[in-house]
Design a protein around this ligand. Structure first.
Ligand SMILES: *[C@@H]1O[C@H](CO)[C@@H](O)[C@H](O)[C@H]1NC(C)=O
Ligand SMILES: *[C@@H]1O[C@H](CO)[C@@H](O)[C@H](O)[C@H]1NC(C)=O
Ligand SMILES: *[C@@H]1O[C@H](CO)[C@@H](O)[C@H](O)[C@H]1NC(C)=O
Length: 615
């Protein structure tokens, strides 16, 4: 470990040095504006290329200017582009696209699709566009719109539900949209595959008032978390019948990444503390066992022995997640390290070996991934440090000179030789250009739905925008939450769910079932009685304050360590939108009580319109 640390630090030194050597003039305000408009042009180059040459097939082949079906054969790239169109305020194309999809899409087809990809790309795309088109407060409401996309989303999600019928609650990886789970479907799935469904399904439950979607996806997270190792690490692949890990490499990249992301974001969007508690434990363990400042390694989930000293490009979302969690310092260092790899090749390879300091054999490609750009956006938002604009400019240049193809943008099959490949994943339009555009629009003085819109938006792992509207966020969650935990008879506990027994091993920690419900909440029985503790998502819980609705200020009553946190609060002032949910890396249970003040501020900022619980 020590030797590896030395190597990693030496590597950081080398890479930092090379970055500083080549640093260009900073991005000026006029240049930021030009870059923003250039990114907009990049979007249309690819979007029009798709519409002209590939639509209604799933994805564009940007070199040969043809289309291909890659997921279900239902205009995937169009669905994935909808909320980017809205963000760019392209009313004409947004309206036409929503109308076409409402009329033509159908999911009653004999196709076996990945639950994960279908949920994040199609379900997420439909739901975000629905929430924009159905709401005039977004400035992009469509008069003729009549919930067609929501109906499609519900139909699709019902077709995915059979996959959740497993002994662990963790879903199969794939399902046939017409016939359910295939007879010979693999029982092995990835942690990300089972743990990245809560946002889309949860929003669908809130919008349809049918709790089943939220329940099965939360149950899947519990099923995964119940099988964590003693070190609070999760592996990469698991058997959904036996619950045994078939691949025990713990890491923050491939196969696991968005499991962490959705723990925090489900909490932020829904205010459901169960996710926060799991996130805090999972995050502490990741920072303890996987973080080799500034890199992250993969370790055996039981022994913590290093198995792969490898940077993999999917890890690059992590600094952005850390910004959301309020842990900005390590995010800055890690972003610098990851970006140094980008600078070295012009793109990040899928794998970069930290021991040999070279591109990992067999992992040489850059399939237009957004993760590093996403983190650049979040870090710029948190720090306003102009170096993140410089980084964004480099990324635009790489894409323009290295990846631009006749009809769109091409994957890079080898970052060392910048070889192009005839493929463009739909996430290029959903995420890669979206985050670049947001970065430069923020620098110009933002005028867009995300920064100035009527709601706080949470980005899904596919970059789709989910607003924290009163209907989606919080108020009602606490009702279903109490229904689930304080009145367990109303909540159907699966007999096989081992989450409770697994959790009770540490009764004084912040375990889900180990007593935090009782200690963390100012449980007052009159409040409980006044609440419709039905276990359903219906109904209002009256009397919650803003802070309570955002979850964290529950801790006001138990927090006695306010002084300790004054230093931390100073840091948070520069973070315009960050929530602090991570107080430090040692797994102390003190939680985030440190930032009640910030969160109260945050809440009022987030929800200017009205508060149904107080009206
Ligand atoms: C569904 O599609 C598969 C693969 O394309 C095919 O083998 C099968 O016969 C189809 N099933 C039905 C009932 O059409
Ligand atoms: C939990 O904490 C309380 C008070 O600190 C203590 O009395 C009790 O023994 C602890 N329980 C366990 C199982 O450690
Ligand atoms: C947790 O924090 C409390 C005070 O904040 C301290 O007394 C205790 O020793 C800490 N526990 C651990 C395990 O660090």
């Amino acid at each position: 470990m020590k030797a590896l640390n030395l190597i990693l630090q030496f590597l950081l030194f080398l890479l930092l040095f090379s970055v500083h050597k080549t640093v260009a003039e900073g991005v000026t305000p006029e240049e930021a504006k030009q870059l923003r408009d250039e990114v907009r042009e990049m979007f249309y180059h690819a979007f029009d290329g798709y519409m002209d040459h590939a639509f209604p097939l799933d994805e564009l082949r940007p070199l040969s200017c043809e289309g291909e079906d890659t997921l279900g054969g239902y205009a995937l790239t169009l669905i994935d582009s909808l909320d980017t169109l809205a963000l760019l305020r392209d009313r004409e194309r947004f309206t036409a696209s929503v109308e076409w999809i409402g009329k033509n899409l159908q999911f009653d087809i004999n196709k076996t699709v990945s639950i994960f990809e279908t949920s994040i790309r199609v379900l997420g795309g439909l739901l975000s566009a629905h929430l924009i088109a159905s709401d005039y407060a977004t400035g992009m409401g469509i008069p003729s719109y009549d919930n067609q996309l929501l109906d499609l989303a519900e139909d699709l999600a019902r077709r995915l539900l059979p996959a959740f019928d497993t002994p662990t609650g963790i879903p199969f990886g794939s399902v046939n949209l017409k016939y359910g789970v295939d007879e010979h479907e693999s029982k092995i799935t990835s942690t990300a595959g089972g743990g990245t469904l809560t946002l889309e399904f949860g929003v669908l439950s809130r919008l349809t008032n049918d709790p089943v979607f939220e329940r099965v996806t939360k149950n899947a997270v519990r099923g995964l978390w119940a099988r964590r190792s003693k070190l609070n690490l999760v592996g990469a692949h698991i058997n959904v019948f036996t619950g045994e890990w078939t691949q025990k490499d713990a890491g923050i990249g491939t196969s696991i990444d968005s499991f962490y992301e959705y723990l925090l974001k489900a909490y932020l969007l829904f205010g459901d503390e169960e996710y926060l508690f799991i996130f805090q434990e999972a995050y502490s363990a990741a920072m303890h066992y996987l973080y080799n400042d500034p890199w992250y390694v993969e370790v055996n989930m039981d022994s913590a022995a290093i198995v792969w000293p490898l940077f993999n490009s999917l890890q690059a979302f992590w600094p952005g997640l850390q910004v959301l969690a309020g842990d900005v310092d390590p995010a800055i260092r890690t972003h610098t390290a990851f970006f140094s790899v980008w600078k070295r090749y012009g793109f990040t390879p899928e794998g970069f070996n930290l021991a040999t300091l070279s591109v990992q054999h067999g992992q040489k490609s850059y399939p237009l991934r957004p993760e590093l750009i996403e983190s650049t956006y979040w870090l710029y938002k948190a720090t306003r440090d102009p170096r993140y604009l410089d980084a964004g400019r480099d990324m635009v240049a790489s894409l323009q000179y290295g990846a631009r193809c006749p009809c769109g943008y091409c994957h890079i099959s080898d970052v060392e030789f910048h070889k192009r490949e005839d493929h463009m994943e739909s996430f290029f339009l959903a995420e890669t250009v979206k985050y670049l555009w947001l970065l430069f629009d923020l620098a110009v003085g933002p005028d867009n739905l995300v920064e100035n819109g009527p709601y706080k938006y949470i980005f899904t792992t596919e970059g789709h925008l989910l607003p924290a509207t009163p209907q989606i966020s919080l108020v009602q969650e606490h009702c279903s939450y109490f229904g689930a935990y304080c009145n367990q008879g109303d909540f159907k506990h699966e007999p096989h769910a081992s989450d409770v027994s697994a959790d009770s091993q540490e009764t004084n920690g912040s375990r889900v079932s180990g007593g935090w419900v009782r200690t963390g909440f100012p449980l007052d029985s009159s409040y409980l009685e006044a609440s419709p503790v039905s276990g359903l998502i219906k109904g209002l819980c009256p009397g919650l304050t803003h802070g309570q609705k955002y979850g964290i200020s529950y801790l006001a009553s138990v927090d006695t360590t306010h002084e300790d946190n004054s230093a931390k609060q100073k840091d948070t002032l520069v973070q315009s939108h960050a929530l602090i949910v991570v107080s430090d890396h040692s797994a102390n249970q003190s939680l985030s009580g440190d930032n009640n003040d910030d969160n109260v501020e945050e809440s009022s900022e987030r929800e200017p319109e009205h508060d149904p619980s107080q009206s």
